[in-house]
Design a protein around this ligand. Structure first.
Ligand code: AMP
Length: 222
């Protein structure tokens, strides 16, 4: 049983791309709180209305709201053997809440810290594009679509995320450094299993291979 693999790192460190690749390799769902929130924003429902302005400003939405989304997602049958978590937890409070949820479900937790140089990240984020229909991620510099700005899978015109503008990116970094980065210390001091990986080099598939090897190693040592 895989348990919960938590991909941890700053905005633009490749969590979404890696989470998709790893979830496919291990046959478990990819759970991204950012994607779940964007679905609510697109639906225009109450959760979406509460989250939208905060997301557009690059600020975190309230813990209680994302915790509810994750709890609901983890309770579905396809998450029984594990998940790859992307973008959660992002605060100390969320980390505590996740540990309780996983304990209740008898799932182990393994944190993978994706380390990337900040200068690389800004150029990555401004070149990031996503298919609005199927969610496939592209990067105009490192992972471009076959034909210009159009999804390889379904031909939809790719879009940039509203929060991938430079001033919003800066605010997202501020939130990361103030609220999320302190989690690393907590992970270390509380004895959670934590692996560090250099995510600034190699292509997406090569990096996924390295992370998968770390996950298998950690499983074997359990
Ligand atoms: P992401 O797609 O993970 O970069 O998330 C996009 C935005 O959604 C973030 O900038 C936050 O506004 C919000 N968000 C996603 N996950 C969380 C979380 N765990 N806690 C609070 N806000 C979140």
């Amino acid at each position: 049983m895989l348990g919960a693999v938590v991909l941890f790192g700053p905005p633009g460190s490749g969590k979404g791309t890696q989470a998709k690749l790893l979830a496919a390799r291990f046959g478990v769902p990819h759970v991204s709180t950012g994607d779940l929130l964007r679905e609510h924003v697109a639906a225009g429902d109450e959760i979406g209305r509460e989250a939208q302005a905060l997301m557009q400003a690059g600020r975190l939405v309230p813990d209680e709201l994302v915790e509810r989304l994750v709890e609901e997602r983890l309770s579905r049958p396809d998450a029984r053997n594990g998940v790859v978590l992307d973008g959660f937890p992002r605060t100390l409070e969320q980390a505590e809440s996740l540990s309780k949820l996983l304990k209740k479900r008898n799932l182990d937790e393994l944190v993978i810290h994706l380390k990337v140089d900040y200068n690389k990240i800004i150029s990555r984020l401004t070149a990031r594009r996503q298919c609005p229909k199927c969610g496939t991620l592209y990067n105009l510099l490192s992972n471009p679509p076959k034909s210009d700005q159009v999804c390889d899978r379904d031909g939809s015109v790719l879009i940039a995320r509203a929060d991938d503008r430079e001033e919003v990116i800066r605010e997202r970094f501020r939130a990361y450094e103030a609220l999320t980065l302190p989690l690393l210390e907590r992970f270390r001091s509380s004895g959670r299993r934590l692996c560090e990986v250099d995510a600034g080099c190699g292509g997406p598939e090569e990096l996924a291979g390295r992370i998968a090897a770390l996950v298998r190693n950690a499983e074997a040592r359990r």
